[in-house]
Design a protein around this ligand. Sequence first.
Ligand code: FFO
Length: 517
Amino acid sequence: MYPKAPNDDRESLSTLLVVPRSGRGVLPRLEATQAGRAGGVAGCKSMWRGLWTLAAQAARGPRRLCTRRSSSALAPGSGATIFALSSGQGRCGVAVIRTSGPASGQALRILTAPRDLPPARHASLRLLSDPRSGEPLDRALVLWFPGPKSFTGEDCVEFHVHGGPAVVSGVLQALGSVPGLRPAEAGEFTRRAFAHGKLNLTEVEGLADLIHAETEAQRRQALRQLDGELGHLCRGWAETLTKALAHVEAYIDFGEDDNLEEGVLEQADIEVRALQVALGAHLRDARRGQRLRSGAHVVVTGPPNAGKSSLVNLLSRKPVSIVSPEPGTTRDVLETPVDLAGFPVLLSDTAGLREGVGPVEQEGVRRARESCNFLATVVASVGAQSHSDSSQRLLLVLNKSDLLSTEGPGPGPDMPPHLLLSCVTGEGLDGLLEALREELAAVCGDPSTGPPLLTRARHQHHLQGCLDALGHYKQSKDLALAAEALRVARGHLTRLTGGGGTEEILDIIFRDFCVGK
Ligand SMILES: Nc1nc2c(c(=O)[nH]1)N(C=O)[C@@H](CNc1ccc(C(=O)N[C@@H](CCC(=O)O)C(=O)O)cc1)CN2
């Protein structure tokens, strides 16, 4: 609908540039807000860290909380039963403390003595006491999940306790005193779920993304991946390759045999070709899923007094920039993280004109100025824009539309597609947000529709590796080499979902998790 911007500089344009940005966490992290909300307790974080250390000490001697992970799927001491506060730090109504491992049932019995284990997977109200002193700690809901029907696949217990720091620390210390229990490391519950086959690697990544999701679009994408869509796709592709490989191997082994059906190799070729097309389509889209994780960059530029700062303030719903009728009020680039129509965006207000706006937009601005010179012309340039990512998209916005009734008629019929906006009355804002949503979906992908996106460079690497190997298959004159190429191709798909030789990847992925997850 909107023209793409060729690389050309011009003056008199206000632009919104939507570009991907590297790094995570466009919006301020929620932890900060929660800590702040917890009554502004000074040193709140250190208080919780202190509780944690106490629990660790109760588990027989202090431990390092951030130990380097071993390179196996399970962390060191994986036979142990782990426990952690899973509901996040800070005072809250209800806190969830959970355990995973063989001593979970015993821990529950000890803390709820003299009661027996409650019925599996049902919430039961129990008095929790410290086993060392008999001191009551809390009246809490407890849940008993005998393995393998649990999140981790092991015996698990959840204590839903009152969320006061003294209750939480009391229960953590009590658990630390139970033989066989130790505090969990970051991501250790999920790591166990992975090790016991409850989640594959793409699902683990989806879970990590879901915990970090700050906008609706990020949440949708993460949930789809956690639900296994990408993993399912890869498994289907791997099965196709297994079939193709079976055909080729059958031909190698029994090629001389008259009973072997004619055309098995042709069948393998057809399957490989279809797979090449599917992989190619996904690879072409690959960056969108990654951009959605890291966020886009919207840059507002334009001539002096076009209302750039007003627009930034309107979009961010807070006074980021100083607004003044005097031209040139904004002297530096001001950046603010915003949730724009569900997409994570870093919004920049710039002092001057932005370079790289093309002749189509310039012509639009010229015509707009000719037909109604009282409107402030803003070209909203929306699109992917990094050094290697040239698809920049633009939105032409005519600001100050509140002057239309008093100052004269609007732009003529030969104006290119544009949006009218008044930053003063807010009129046209919904239309602009919808247009931005469309453009951002083009840049970051729309996780509500279409096939699952590749959300990490790791996915792209393996799909490209698979595609390259399929290229070798096609070129192989020798059937043994062709079969080997298919095995390599399948290996990439297997590793994508976490099969075989992904230990070093696990370390990287689980670093993203917090304790208790
Ligand atoms: N209280 C609580 N809420 C939570 C979690 C949790 O662990 N505890 N979750 C934790 O992340 C998420 C939910 N995810 C979960 C995933 C699987 C199982 C589970 O018990 N799975 C069993 C049984 C499945 C079934 O009954 O259908 C299994 O897979 O065998 C539990 C929670 C979000 N909410």
